[in-house]
Write a protein that binds this ligand. Structure first.
Ligand SMILES: *[C@@H]1O[C@H](CO)[C@@H](O)[C@H](O)[C@H]1NC(C)=O
Ligand SMILES: *[C@@H]1O[C@H](CO)[C@@H](O)[C@H](O)[C@H]1NC(C)=O
Ligand SMILES: *[C@@H]1O[C@H](CO)[C@@H](O)[C@H](O)[C@H]1NC(C)=O
Length: 441
């Protein structure tokens, strides 16, 4: 008896210790502050580059509409890359035309879902990876570039492509070693009110980058400021918007450049495309009002399919959703007002949160590539307790079918000093979670 009592006391002490050490072990605390709203939910990260099957010059009808509409798709970016013809610079108009048709088909699919279309000019030119004989304006000769842009502007107008259109000047000029400050002028002449984005740099802004310093001073001195600033956020080796946005603001202010919308028109490396990392990117994008488009790591016809790896084709079963699609579907249901959030100090765990008119708070949480335990502190709560329902988003790879998020039950949590702490111990380095907080009383 005595031994039993002792061991049960020991056991319960151990359980307590265990709980305490688990809490102490949290690698950091992310916060959700319900007292500060940051504007209505806009599903800013629900876009992707390419991803729509080509259908001649018509909108795609092969991917069922619910896969696109249910996730509140908002933008795509394409220009006929990796199709059999090689673009303007590799054969003139006849090589450009099939790429333009692919672009038109993707544009029409995008507009069918009320999305904005970011047109990739460099892909129509033919600069999609393999070496090309010339870049626009090489040796200061703009004759061919003018002819190309004049043709493109004519085709855009003739096919009614002006609504929802953004012309993206050139992709990743910082790694293509291409620089052309005079480049926008033919657009400005032929498409005076069309929105232009740039520089779509591969490397996000950094105050100590010569490329970025040169870029801001060049656009300032030539008065060639894009309507939308753009760059890419790819890979966990690269700094996140929490660091790159303040740097961009410093660079911009140094040249007195105006504040303008920002597109992160490619985000996440292939190995970062899973629910946990996508929450991380969504949180970072939403925090700074950045419109985001998922990078697309498909090649050839794979590039023109699968909504940038949100769905896949299953033999005999058509298109099926993977775990990421389920996460974006949940994100599409995060309506109402966005609220202020903060990532953990180690920048490896982040949260995005909304509060709907009926008071329901939804929080999504995910790590950046790591598997580790973190806390979420939710501040600004009223009442003495709330109900917290937990959902898990599993990942079985891009071609692994995953159903609705797994409901892990709900519990009552006491509110102390207006806050509750939620501990998140992810099942894997790719798993994301959602918390629905309701019933403050
Ligand atoms: C400029 O390029 C055009 C077309 O590619 C070519 O016909 C012309 O000779 C070039 N001009 C010069 C000065 O090289
Ligand atoms: C995440 O986990 C998977 C599966 O265990 C592993 O293959 C991968 O290397 C991990 N990723 C990172 C960035 O640690
Ligand atoms: C929550 O508050 C109630 C009422 O004050 C109390 O009985 C209960 O023990 C508290 N729960 C926890 C987990 O602290």
């Amino acid at each position: 008896m005595r031994t039993n009592t002792i061991s049960s006391i020991l056991l319960s002490c151990l359980t307590l210790l265990d709980a305490a050490s688990i809490r102490r072990a949290a690698k950091g605390v992310a916060t959700v502050d319900l007292s500060k709203t940051t504007g209505p939910a806009k599903f800013l990260a629900s876009g992707w580059i390419y991803g729509f099957p080509d259908n001649g010059v018509e909108a795609d009808t092969s991917i069922p509409t619910n896969y696109i509409a249910d996730i509140k798709f908002g933008s795509s970016r394409a220009g006929g890359a990796q199709t059999p013809s090689r673009g303007w610079v590799n054969g003139g108009y006849n090589s450009y035309l099939p790429r333009f048709k692919s672009t038109l088909s993707n544009y029409r699919t995008t507009r069918k879902y009320n999305g904005d279309f970011i047109l990739l000019v460099h892909d129509l030119w033919g600069a999609d990876g393999s070496s090309i004989p010339r870049f626009p304006g090489d040796n200061g000769n703009w004759t061919e570039t003018d002819a190309f842009l004049t043709q493109l502007a004519k085709d855009i107008k003739a096919n009614n492509m002006l609504d929802g259109l953004v012309l993206d000047l050139w992709n990743e000029p910082d790694i293509d070693i291409f620089w052309a400050p005079n480049y926008p002028s033919p657009y400005r002449k032929n498409l005076p009110s069309t929105i232009i984005s740039g520089p779509s740099a591969a490397h996000p802004p950094s105050t100590d980058s010569n490329t970025w310093q040169t870029w801001v001073s060049t656009i300032a001195s030539k008065n060639a400021i894009p309507d939308i600033y753009s760059w890419h956020q790819i890979g966990d080796w690269s700094r996140q918007p929490d660091a790159t946005i303040p740097d961009f603001n410093t660079l911009r202010s140094s040249q007195k450049l105006p504040e303008r919308p920002i597109d992160i028109n490619e985000y996440a490396a292939k190995e970062e495309q899973n629910p946990g990392n996508s929450v991380y990117y969504i949180a970072q994008l939403e925090r700074y009002n950045l419109r985001g488009l998922r990078a697309n790591w498909g090649s050839g016809s794979g590039l023109h399919d699968s909504l940038a790896d949100l769905v896949f084709k299953k033999s005999g079963a058509g298109y099926r959703p993977n775990g990421e699609w389920q996460l974006y579907k949940y994100y599409a249901g995060m309506t109402g007002e966005r609220v202020a959030t903060k990532a953990t100090a180690d920048s490896r765990f982040d949260v995005f949160a909304t509060k709907s008119a009926d008071g329901l708070v939804k929080v999504i949480a995910g790590t950046r590539s790591v598997k580790g335990q973190y806390d979420i502190q939710v501040k600004g709560l009223t009442g003495s307790s709330v109900s917290v329902a937990t959902y898990r988003f599993d990942w079985a790879g891009p071609a692994g079918e995953v159903g609705s998020p797994v409901a892990l039950g709900s519990r009552t949590v006491n509110v102390s000093g207006g806050l509750v702490t939620i501990s998140v111990d992810p099942a894997s380095n790719a798993t994301a979670y959602a918390y629905e907080i309701s019933g403050a009383k």
